[in-house]
Design a binder for this molecule. Structure first.
Ligand SMILES: [Zn+2]
Length: 268
């Protein structure tokens, strides 16, 4: 009998997701665009995450391109009114857990990963700059992405509501802004969003697993393409609130949502 192959480690899993996201045909990220992260332990702002290092390419990612950081050191920076670029650099150094590749440094977008992992139940975060989505995010029609649901599968994968974030200076200002919007979203909808659309920038997919983060990214791209096609062929017609709420609450759709989430066992 052939034994089962060993379960992939968290590192293998994040490397595989990153390389998939970086595949040229997907048009999600070129060069060193985009980044991925995974929570290693803890909850809320406690615990550690692994995040892609600045300058590393998703398409060619290797384990040495991942940096391990304490979430609390990064998230704590957001509450310091006087914090500037120097403090961000120092906080990154303090937050970094010693690793084999000391030259690898997190990008400034690691702050947003820390916010997403500490403010939502997400375990894996995938940030990309998809051509199809950015076509809308860089247009006067960006708000269409948050204006309603187009088709049932969009609701199953992306949730009933998504978050569209205005353009804010990257780094601490953007991380603070997104944290505020995530808290408002939770207060309004009683749940966390699964995708963030950042105007003139790209998307953050918030998944329970790497499979889910990829599914959310793929669905966000599909929604953007359908929106553009609908706008070009007579105008966008969204589902009504009643129709969308019905999909969101149907037991069979809940079942479909659960069965989409990967059940692979991931060990460290
Ligand atoms: Zn980016």
């Amino acid at each position: 009998m052939i034994p089962d192959p060993p379960a992939p480690t968290v590192v293998d899993d994040l490397v595989a997701l990153s390389r998939t996201l970086g595949e040229p045909a997907r048009n999600l990220a070129i060069l060193a665009e985009g980044n991925t992260s995974v929570r290693l332990d803890g909850e809320g702002s406690s615990g550690r995450m692994l995040v892609k290092a600045s300058g590393a390419w998703l398409a060619r990612l290797v384990p040495e391109d991942l940096v391990e950081l304490h979430l609390a050191s990064l998230v704590g920076l957001l509450d310091r009114e006087d914090a500037g670029d120097d403090q961000v650099t120092r906080a990154f150094t303090e937050a970094t857990v010693a690793r084999d590749a000391p030259s690898a440094r997190p990008s400034v977008e690691a702050l947003l990963h820390a916010v997403c992992l500490s403010e939502t139940p997400a375990r894996v975060v995938a940030h990309t700059h998809p051509v199809a989505v950015n076509g809308l995010l860089c247009s006067g029609s960006a708000d269409l992405l948050g204006a309603g649901a187009l088709f049932p599968d969009q609701i199953v994968v992306l949730g009933r509501h998504v978050l569209v974030v205005p353009y804010v200076d990257p780094g601490l200002p953007l991380a603070r802004h997104v944290r505020g919007m995530l808290r408002d979203f939770r207060a309004r909808h009683g749940t966390a969003p699964r995708v963030l659309f950042l105007r003139n920038h790209g998307i953050f997919a918030l998944g329970a697993s790497s499979d889910e983060a990829l599914q959310i990214t793929e669905m966000a791209v599909k929604v953007a393409l359908v929106l553009q096609a609908a706008a070009a062929t007579g105008g966008v017609v969204f589902l009504t609130d009643e129709q969308a709420d019905r999909i969101d609450s149907r037991p069979d759709e809940h079942h479909r949502r659960r069965s989409l989430v990967a059940r692979e066992k991931v060990s460290r």
